[in-house]
Design a protein around this ligand. Structure first.
Ligand code: KIV
Length: 294
């Protein structure tokens, strides 16, 4: 009898839910990754990832903006819908863009759009104490919320750039207060971005919901990275907390160069890429008289 372990394809595995993620506190580390369309959603889901986030980072890595502030709700929905077609197993979370949750009414309407139009299973929003009413309202409406504190890129103007947060005792206390506030408001997990590992440890120990780190050291309940960062596909900058597993941007340029060379040298398309007629039809086609235009 064979003892080979056959893993279940993502399309047949039981979908991961927000309560499943919440139950993983202090358990096996939770794996999370961003994705932005059908192709990237399919790749990430097939890897066995627990959670897929359609992050507003798409403004930068997909749409080429300078920061995350310019992406709109309609653009996000377009990408969330496409990603949802590729994600069969992982929990699909949609990131609420800048100003889409400025009031409780905005937050409810836009979270609702992500669920009904985008087919996401949860939403994420940035902020701590200041967004408690929004989190409470969305959760009360039946939509799971992933919170996000620390370096929240939608506040980049206030921070004066993409800078690590929580580096003083006072700042660490404020971050702890933010994390406890989003937990009390009903968030099922919280992203901790670009903070010292000591602060991440303090918050992870203090909370009963999982912490998902990005630039928060190896002490959180899970990790998340941006798809393009992990694969080396974003050429503008690579934060210190990223581990690049590949250089797919460079590789893709190389393949494009090969294609250009092949086209110029008439090596592409080859025989295998060419559609032929049967010999008798081809013979008749060759006999067609072409009237020259005057
Ligand atoms: O937008 C995003 O991709 C994010 C993750 C980096 C957490 O917020």
């Amino acid at each position: 009898m064979s003892t080979t372990k056959v893993s279940t394809p993502a399309s047949q595995a039981k979908p991961v839910t927000a309560p499943d993620i919440q139950a993983r506190k202090n358990g096996e580390k939770i794996t999370c990754m961003t994705a932005y369309d059908y192709a990237t959603g399919t790749i990430v889901d097939q890897s066995g990832m627990d959670l897929v986030l359609v992050g507003d980072s798409l403004a930068m890595v997909v749409l080429g903006h300078e920061d995350t502030l310019s992406v709109t709700m309609d653009e996000m929905i377009h990408h969330v819908r496409a990603t949802s077609r590729g994600v069969k197993r992982a929990l699909l979370v949609a990131d609420m863009p800048f100003m889409s949750y400025a009031t409780v009414d905005d937050a409810l309407r836009n979270a609702g759009r992500f669920i009904s139009e985008g087919r996401a299973k949860a939403v994420k929003l940035e902020g701590g104490v200041s967004v408690v009413p929004q989190i409470e309202a969305i959760v009360a409406a039946g939509v799971p919320v992933m919170a996000h504190v620390g370096l929240t890129p939608q506040h980049v103007a206030r921070f004066g750039g993409f800078k690590a947060q929580g580096k003083s005792v006072e700042a660490a206390k404020a971050l702890l207060e933010d994390a406890q506030a989003v937990e009390a408001a009903g968030a099922f997990c919280v992203v901790l971005e670009a903070i010292p590992v000591e602060v991440a440890q303090l918050i992870t120990d203090a909370l009963t919901i999982p912490t998902i780190g990005i630039g928060a050291g190896n002490v959180t309940d899970g990790q998340i990275l941006v798809y393009h960062d992990l694969l080396g596909m974003f050429d503008r900058f690579t934060p210190k907390f990223v581990r690049q597993y590949g250089q797919q941007g460079r590789e893709a340029v190389h393949y494009m160069e090969q294609y250009c060379k092949d086209v110029r040298a008439t090596r592409f398309p080859g025989d295998k890429n060419t559609i032929y007629m049967t010999d008798d039809v081809a013979a008749q086609v060759r006999k067609i008289k072409v009237k020259k235009r005057k």
